[in-house]
Design a protein around this ligand. Structure first.
Ligand SMILES: Nc1nc2c(ncn2[C@@H]2O[C@H](COP(=O)(O)OP(=O)(O)O)[C@@H](O)[C@H]2O)c(=O)[nH]1
Ligand SMILES: [Mg+2]
Length: 374
């Protein structure tokens, strides 16, 4: 395998360089976001380092197709009907996967580049087939050509229709309390610092912070550092009484941002404990923060575990660390939730975007022009 290291300002630009050298068959062996020194850990300059490798195209194709392991027949249980039933189920599942993975082949060659791009983004087979069918029917009905540029427009319209019902956009500015939930390390603290800084700087509002993340001193210090830079007060709360006191103390603030811990979210008691401390009946908006660097299945598990809270929308972080964003679309569709913000770096307050249907669709199709057939 040939290997090469690339450095660029964004993941998309790094991927462009990789594609220019290796084409679509390159494998990303590792990717890293590198930061130069900044002021108090803020306003750092970032760049992306990618190590890419290239194998023979045949090996690549094989790697892209989901590996399917044939169940090994067990001679001891050969006659057991339950074993047979199990094998039948596995065979059925395999057949279904095989049908799905070969289905792109039923679409015309002209559609393959865009459909392959969508697959690389992590779109599900169902979505890819729907898009393929929709383009196919369009050509059949209108008898018009659908060149690559028009295919992109067609896919955009498709996403618009699918996302039409979902809410997008940041905090409403109508509710005083803004609460962020999510596992440790996804970027909750950094993200509320970004949102609070925007509200303070752009809307000239008085903001404060409450943190219930009392497990790590470093987590409290991190929030205090951001709060100090914004000259905003912070209250650390350990229980419901502390929370009530903090609320009283912040009576004259416009917005209060509540930072929570996500360390024990897998434990059954987590929901109870958090509901015990934070008064969710207040005039409050709650967001679930997810990092797009997580696997989609893992994000689904996290969402299921946070369903007990009144989640309004998702916040997706670390967009800068991945180049496949299909999971955003899949999760929005599966859980009927829109997106409030997405974040694309560690810089506070810069690396935060309020989500709109349009910019999310643009993100999903960000690298699509690289898939244009030459
Ligand atoms: N690359 C990247 N890193 C981020 C982003 N958001 C947060 N981080 C980093 O992720 C790490 C964990 O963030 P933190 O806010 O402490 O997460 P928390 O545990 O959920 O509160 C920190 O190093 C952040 O700088 C982002 O959008 N992109
Ligand atoms: Mg935190």
């Amino acid at each position: 395998m040939n290997m090469k290291k690339y450095k660029a300002d964004t993941m998309v630009n790094a991927m462009k360089k990789v594609r220019a050298d290796f084409g679509d068959d390159a494998v990303i062996l590792s990717s890293n976001v590198v930061y130069s020194k900044g002021f108090l850990g803020l306003f750092k300059k970032k760049s992306v380092e990618v190590i890419a490798g290239y194998d023979t195209p045949k090996e690549q194709v094989e790697r892209k197709v989901e590996p399917m392991i044939m169940p090994t027949p067990n001679p001891k249980l050969d006659e057991s009907t339950s074993q047979l039933k199990q094998e039948m189920r596995e065979m059925k599942k395999m057949l279904k996967t095989m049908q799905h993975s070969s289905k792109m082949g039923r679409f015309p060659d002209e559609f393959q580049p865009i459909l392959t791009y969508l697959r690389q983004q992590g779109m599900t087979n169902d979505v890819i087939n729907e898009i393929g069918d929709s383009m196919f029917n369009y050509v059949k009905e209108t008898k018009e050509d659908l060149p690559f540029e028009k295919q992109i427009e067609h896919v955009k319209r498709f996403f618009e229709r699918r996302l039409a019902e979902l809410p997008f956009g940041g905090i409403s500015l109508e509710k005083k309390y803004i609460n962020v939930l999510g596992p440790t390390g996804v970027g909750k603290t950094t993200t509320i610092a970004k949102i609070a800084a925007r509200v303070l700087l752009e809307k000239k509002k008085k903001v404060g912070f409450i943190t219930t993340d009392t497990y790590r001193i470093a987590a409290i210090e991190q929030l205090r550092t951001y709060a100090n830079l914004l000259q905003a007060p912070v209250e650390v709360v350990y229980n419901a009484a502390d929370f009530k006191q903090a609320i009283d103390k912040f009576a004259d603030l416009d917005f209060v941002f509540i930072d929570t811990a996500g360390r024990n979210y897998k434990e059954a008691k987590f929901v109870e404990d958090l509901k015990e401390v934070v008064d969710f009946s207040l005039d409050m908006e709650t967001f679930l923060v997810l990092s797009v660097t997580s696997k989609e299945e893992d994000m689904s598990v996290i969402i299921d575990q946070f369903q007990a809270f009144p989640i309004e929308k998702f916040i997706f972080t670390k967009i800068d660390e991945t180049n496949s964003l299909g999971s955003l679309f899949n999760l929005m569709r599966n859980y009927h939730r829109g997106i409030a913000y997405y974040t694309n770096g560690q810089e506070v307050p810069e690396d935060l975007e309020e989500a709109t249907q349009e910019n999310i669709i643009d993100l999903l199709l960000e690298g699509v022009s690289d898939a244009r057939p030459s």
